[in-house]
Every structure is written in C-alpha cells, then in structure tokens.
Design a protein around this ligand. Structure first.
Ligand code: G3P
Length: 224
C-alpha cells in the first residue's frame, strides 16, 4: 500500500535499476523504510514487478501500463497482469513515456477497474489542471528540463510546486501531490514538503548513487 508521506524511487531503465542490482536497491529502500517509518516505493521495469514484489515488502509500481482490455493486444502491458504480478499502482505519462490526454483518461479508468493506484506525471500547470480533472490518485509535477539534473525542482522552481498544490486543491481534495526532478538532498526534500507536497518522485539521486542507502537515509530526514 502507498502511504503518504511518500518517496517513490523510479528505477527507469538504469543499468543499476533492473534484475539483481535493482533488487538490491529495493532491499536498501526496504531497510530505510523500516528504520524510518516512511513509505518508500519503487517504480520498476514491468518484467521485474513479480520478483521484486515477492522478495521485498515495499510497494512496487509499474512505470507504465496500457489502457487495453483482455484480448489480442500483443506487446502491451495489461493492467490486470501488472496487478497480478504484485504492483500496487502505476506511473502514467512520465516525461519519458508520454501519452495523449485520451490515453491518460483511459489509463486512469482501467487502473481504477484493476485497483491500481494512479500517479499522473505532469510537466506544467496547464497539464496539471487538465490532469487533475481526470481524477488520478496522485499527481507528480516534474518540469522536464530539470529531470536528471543537479538542481531540484524545489530550488529552481518552487512556484510550480506551490501553484500545483493550490490549483489541484481547487479541483479535488483527494489528489495527493508529489514533485520530482533533480531531487538529491535532504534540503531538496524539506523545501518541497514546506511547499505542501505529500511526497517525492525521484530517480538519479538514488539509483546512480554509489551509496543509495545513505542517500535514502538523508532524504527521509527531509520529510517535515
Ligand atoms: O521519475 C522521476 C524523475 O523523472 C526525476 O528524475 O533523476 O531528476 O530524480 P531525477
């Protein structure tokens, strides 16, 4: 189960983010989650969902699903299959896996049918507003130009976080807000929480680190 405050580590397709190394990373997340009491989830490659969800007790998520139904859809990711493999939810429309609004809507609806928690990624305020109206469980605001960089969204563009928090609350009080892009330190996390987020979505700061466990320890201390 995903709980807030929440940290989601997106393993993307990094070399250290799949197979045995990805599992070791999830084990680090598990121990920091246990020690800190903070919910730490991993968004993983579809083929790793089953193994990671069997071997750890952190929430495992898909990075993408396809809004298809049972039938002849070779090569697609079926929401029910992702759930059955052990995922609790899915990212939707990540900056590196964008889909149009019609597909976003269909994916949210199919996720609901299959009991998958939806985290809709948005790049700007306009997309956040239109996305919030589609009723995802969470919205993760991530300015694409800051993704993978060294300056966090909470430092480079705090306004986009506070505006996301306020605009989404005008549409619904049930949508949790995450932010991401360039988040790497305790300070980056605490600034984001001060701006009103419920969680953080990050990748390179943890996955590419030589000591992910140490970084995770620092990140959870930023949660205020
Ligand atoms: O999904 C998380 C993401 O796109 C942010 O990546 O490397 O800037 O933490 P990163």
């Amino acid at each position: 189960m995903l709980k807030t405050p929440l940290i989601i580590v997106n393993l993307k397709t990094y070399e250290k983010g799949f197979g045995n190394l990805g599992l070791a990373l999830c084990k680090d997340m598990e121990s920091v989650a246990q020690e800190s009491g903070v919910c730490i989830a991993a968004a993983v490659n579809t083929v790793d969902i089953f193994a990671y969800s069997q071997a750890t007790n952190i929430p495992i998520m898909a990075q993408h699903i396809d809004p298809i139904n049972f039938g002849a859809h070779t090569g697609h990711s079926l929401p029910e299959a992702v759930l059955n493999a052990g995922a609790v939810g899915t990212l939707i429309n990540h900056a590196e896996r964008q889909i149009d609004e019609e597909k976003i809507s269909a994916t949210i609806s199919r996720s609901r049918d299959s009991n998958l928690t939806t985290i809709l990624c948005t790049a700007d305020i306009d997309k956040t507003i239109s996305g919030a109206k589609l009723g995802p469980d969470m919205i993760a605001i991530e300015p694409p130009e800051l993704i993978g960089g060294d300056i966090s969204v909470s430092t480079a563009n705090p306004e986009i976080i506070s505006e996301t928090v306020s605009k989404v609350s005008e549409i619904s009080n049930n949508i949790k807000i995450l932010c991401g892009a360039g988040v790497k330190t305790r300070d980056d996390v605490s600034k984001a929480f001060e701006l009103g987020v419920d969680g953080i979505l990050l990748a390179s700061g943890v996955v590419l680190s030589d000591n992910p466990r140490k970084i995770l320890h620092e990140l959870v201390l930023g949660i205020v």
